[in-house]
Design a protein around this ligand. Structure first.
Ligand code: F0G
Length: 481
């Protein structure tokens, strides 16, 4: 909840208290350099023991509530007909309004099944923006992903409240160009991950639904961060200021023909599902569930996680839960902006996104500025962030790098994990790094998988810049931290 201090600053105050903690330590800078070298300058390669603050992702890393943990204790492990599943079904019906639900082990499994059923080779899939696993699945099944977001989506210094909106004219143009039969469906992602956690508005979603329905095109909503998107709608879309998070979520879902999510985000568990009110759609996807995931009443999830998900779904409608990361992200971004550090504006959900194109403009995209920045952030702070730029794009069919629209180092803010002192520490080290940005140089691949290379690829720093950065760090802070 935002509380205005006597000095005028708006402080995001947590509406929860800490009950269980995980011990952390700050590995000294020389050890961080060794860890980064062993990780191949890819933050995915780091081990928890070498990480002080893990801001890689909010996926599966949110702090769970006492009620979620309690629910896990009473899970029913029946292979078929598990009572835990029926609790999940009730929550999905109550909060999202869907009669049919298919649990899956995580979000990309939902994408896999949807892709298998709805995508034909030579199809196109228009969307407000792609997510890495979404694009990989749809392309593997032969479709082309069309990003038809508003132009403003790529302006990292914007004041547009809904950079996750789809451009309606581009959508109509897409339908004219390809014809409705070649469009598998239109997909909207609730807070577009790769362009800075930017929300869409309900006004935009309604307009898309209308156009899609007029042409018999299905609307698929990826609701992985639906409660954060709902919170941002409540804050930023005038007609919804006085509408509850529950009612905003209901309205988003009522427009969706197919709704899926990674349960690792807004639900604060590890799992996912596909939901719909269309019996025919449900019947088409259902046979794939036992084949790829597990029986219909667990779908690859542990029943403990299913119980926790049933509770997490209801809890995400609480405005303090929906808003706690969003407000900490806003605070984080505002503090960095005060210090001149370039971040994506307006701040959205998921993370504080540092704009590598403006942070290290001397690094060309072929030398991976966001990857280099993420490595540098770790070296000078022990904070693990994630590259969201050209490393996260796979090469084209000719083997060329595909330059990403944006180059971002994403510092995720998982729910209820970090306090203001952590954020202040991050702000301090990022500010120091910005003042020493000339020391950061590019990266080059030494091991490169062909699909989703950002997960497992290994890189090395050009001209050993990591060592130079660490030397400068020690001159300012010494070698103990
Ligand atoms: N859709 C969105 C919008 C996501 O952000 C993610 C995952 C997925 C689908 C895939 O779900 O990981 O459960 O299989 N995002 C994670 C992240 C990986 O770090 O942002 P998953």
């Amino acid at each position: 909840m935002n509380i205005c201090l006597a000095n005028g600053r708006v402080l995001p105050v947590e509406m929860h208290q800490v009950k269980i903690v995980q011990k952390k330590s700050l590995t000294p800078v020389d050890q961080r350099l060794t860890a980064m070298e062993e990780a191949g300058y890819n933050t995915f390669g780091l081990r928890t023991r070498d990480i002080f603050m893990d801001m890689l992702t909010d996926s599966g890393t949110n702090a769970m509530s006492d009620n979620q943990l309690a629910a896990m204790m009473v899970s029913d492990d029946a292979y078929a007909g598990s009572e835990s599943f029926y609790k999940l079904k009730d929550s999905v019906q109550a909060v999202f309004g869907f009669a049919h639900v298919l649990p899956v082990h995580q979000g990309r499994a939902a994408e896999h099944l949807i892709s298998k059923v709805f995508i034909k080779p030579t199809d196109v899939v228009p969307m407000n923006y792609h997510f890495t696993t979404t694009k990989a699945h749809f392309e593997m099944d032969g479709a082309k992903v069309l990003e038809i977001c508003i132009d403003e989506a790529f302006n990292t210094q914007s004041t547009n409240p809904f950079k996750g909106n789809m451009d309606l004219e581009k959508f109509e143009e897409t339908i004219r160009t390809y014809g409705p039969d070649r469009i598998s469906f239109v997909r909207m992602e609730a807070t577009t991950n790769l362009i800075g956690g930017q929300p869409f508005s309900l006004g935009n979603l309604k307009a898309i639904k209308e156009i899609a329905s007029n042409h018999g095109i299905l609307l698929v909503v990826d609701g992985s961060l639906i409660s954060e998107n709902a919170y941002l709608i409540k804050q930023r879309e005038k007609a919804y200021h006085d509408v509850s998070i529950q009612d905003i979520i209901s309205e988003i879902c009522s427009l969706s023909d197919i709704f899926y999510l990674s349960g690792r985000k807004s639900c604060s568990v590890r799992g996912g599902f596909i939901a719909t009110n269309d019996k025919n759609i449900h019947t088409r996807i259902m046979p794939l569930l036992p084949l790829f995931e597990g029986f219909l009443t667990y779908g690859g999830m542990s029943t403990k996680e299913i119980e926790a998900m049933a509770v997490g779904i209801r809890e995400m409608t609480d405005v303090d839960v929906a808003g706690c990361s969003v407000e900490l992200i806003r605070y984080f971004a505002e503090r960095l902006i005060e210090n001149g550090v370039p971040v994506v504006t307006p701040p959205g959900g998921l993370a504080c996104h540092v704009d590598a194109m403006r942070f290290v403009p001397h690094i060309r995209q072929t030398s991976y500025p966001a990857g280099a920045l993420a490595a540098a952030v770790y070296l000078c702070s022990g904070i693990r962030s994630m590259e969201r730029g050209t490393v996260s794009m796979d090469r084209d069919e000719h083997g060329n790098d595909v330059p990403s629209d944006l180059e971002l180092a994403r510092l995720a803010v998982p729910r209820r994990i970090y306090s203001i002192s952590h954020i202040e520490y991050a702000v301090d080290r990022l500010t120091w790094l910005f003042e020493h940005r000339d020391l950061i140089q590019g990266l080059e691949f030494i091991e490169e998988p062909s699909v989703l290379r950002f997960f497992l690829g290994k890189l090395q720093p050009l001209d050993n810049w990591g060592e130079n950065l660490v030397r400068a760090f020690k001159e300012t802070f010494g070698s103990e931290c």
